[in-house]
Design a protein around this ligand. Structure first.
Ligand code: NIG
Length: 415
């Protein structure tokens, strides 16, 4: 089955011949074609261009024609940092937050991540999958086509494996592209609160081998933070994951200058995520590395923290991606458009930059840029067809209006 989308007001994030994340001034170059068409064949972008060059269809060709008059088309979002496999919700902690408790104070009282760990332990794999798919379906409606999914609410061999199996099942059973990440080092489980190094040993000696043998994780991640995992333990865990064939990524500098950025760059992490507590030295280090800085403004907003200086990062040549960090504790949202709006207003990013950071740079951060993230011949047809909009700046500007009319995933139309 083929699809021809014609009369596109503006086709965004068009790329041919580029094979690296966008950084520096290139991040604000939004390659686009006015009055365009896209031709999709067998789920792949076969052709695109200006309307005057649109191929003529023969009568016997089976093609679904979509007239996109007044609408824009862009790549579906690549959400490169999420925790969408979890059970239930944590709105009671939201009440604690409103009363003034910080994320760390809630965690120190035994709440936070450990609440989700208890809930997940008592939830079957099928039910966990069902709950996660509700989130995935909503994300597709928001225009997301690729999702990185972390474990980290299991904290035991059995429950970490359960989470990662669910994550793999989402990718196998839906049109969303999923990349999985083992985050056993998300918190210390209650049984090891008095003997934390024993848990690090369990991650390395018991969890990683099982996860490796079942081929459940593409990435290895650690929450490198004061009160969570030290730089030394983070390095041991990340190296064990690398030895097992996983790509390193790291939660870094979310609550303090934790040393996570330095460690991530040293180990060649695909991305370092959060970065609220960073300065010139971190921007220099990242700007000279291949590691992507993944900004998660949803949690900075939800935890009422200070936003990182992303303007400075971009000026220092850091490759920046945007993601939702969808999770029950610090960012209960899978809405990439809202993240773009926050990024324009509070990270001082330009609309062009947030669109590139949510599509092609997100694709690089999650290792799918060879097939997703831009309008490129031969890439998978993962697209957003917007509602009629005046300009692309309107997308982050109208921060709460749903603007996705259809999401196309692997050539299948949703909406
Ligand atoms: O990225 N920082 C660690 N993990 C999540 C929060 C997870 C939770 O609170 O459930 C984050 O913010």
């Amino acid at each position: 089955m083929s699809i021809l989308i014609k009369n596109i007001k503006r086709l965004l994030v068009v790329q041919e011949g580029n094979s690296t994340p966008l950084r520096g001034s290139a991040l604000s170059e939004l390659n686009s074609i006015d009055n365009a068409f896209v031709y999709i064949k067998d789920g792949v972008i076969e052709d695109y261009g200006v309307m005057s060059e649109m191929p003529l269809l023969s009568d016997n060709q089976e093609v679904e024609v979509i007239d996109a008059d007044g609408r824009m088309v862009m790549p579906a979002y690549c959400d490169s940092h999420t925790h969408i496999v979890y059970s239930g919700s944590r709105e009671m902690e939201y009440m604690d937050k409103i009363r003034g408790l910080s994320y760390q104070e809630i965690a120190a009282r035994g709440g936070g991540i450990l609440n989700s760990v208890d809930l997940l332990h008592n939830t079957s794999e099928d039910e966990l999958y069902r709950q996660a798919m509700v989130r995935v379906d909503e994300m597709i409606r928001f225009g997301t086509g690729a999702i990185e999914v972390k474990s980290g609410y299991g904290l035991s061999v059995e429950d970490e494996v359960k989470m990662l199996r669910v994550a793999r099942r989402i990718g196998d059973s839906s049109d969303v592209t999923v990349r999985t990440t083992f985050l056993g080092a998300h918190a210390y489980p209650r049984r090891y609160l008095e003997n934390k190094s024993k848990y690090v040993d369990e991650i390395i000696k018991e969890m990683i081998p099982v996860i490796q043998s079942e081929g459940l994780a593409d990435y290895i991640d650690v929450f490198c933070e004061q009160g969570f995992f030290s730089v030394e333990d983070s390095e041991r865990i990340l190296r064990a994951g690398i030895d097992a064939g996983m790509i390193p990524t790291i939660h870094a500098n979310q609550m303090s200058k934790s040393g996570g950025v330095e460690l991530g760059v040293k180990l060649g992490a695909s991305s370092v995520c959060h970065l609220e507590f960073t300065d010139e030295s971190h921007y220099k280090l990242l700007g000279e590395s291949e590691t992507i800085a993944t900004m998660l403004p949803g949690s900075t907003f939800f935890l009422k923290m200070n936003y990182p200086n992303v303007r400075e990062m971009i000026d220092k040549n850091v490759a920046v991606a945007l993601a939702t960090n969808y999770n029950p504790g610090s960012s209960p949202s899978g809405d990439m458009k809202f993240m773009m709006a926050l990024s324009c207003l509070y990270l001082n990013m330009k609309p062009e930059e947030v669109i590139n950071a949510s599509t092609i740079n997100g694709a690089y951060a999650m290792g799918v840029a060879h097939k997703l993230g831009s309008i490129t011949k031969g890439k998978v047809a993962n697209l957003i067809i917007t509602k009629p909009i005046p300009t692309y700046e309107f997308i982050p500007y109208s921060f709460s209006t749903p603007l996705v009319e259809k999401t196309v995933l692997k050539g299948k139309i949703y909406g």
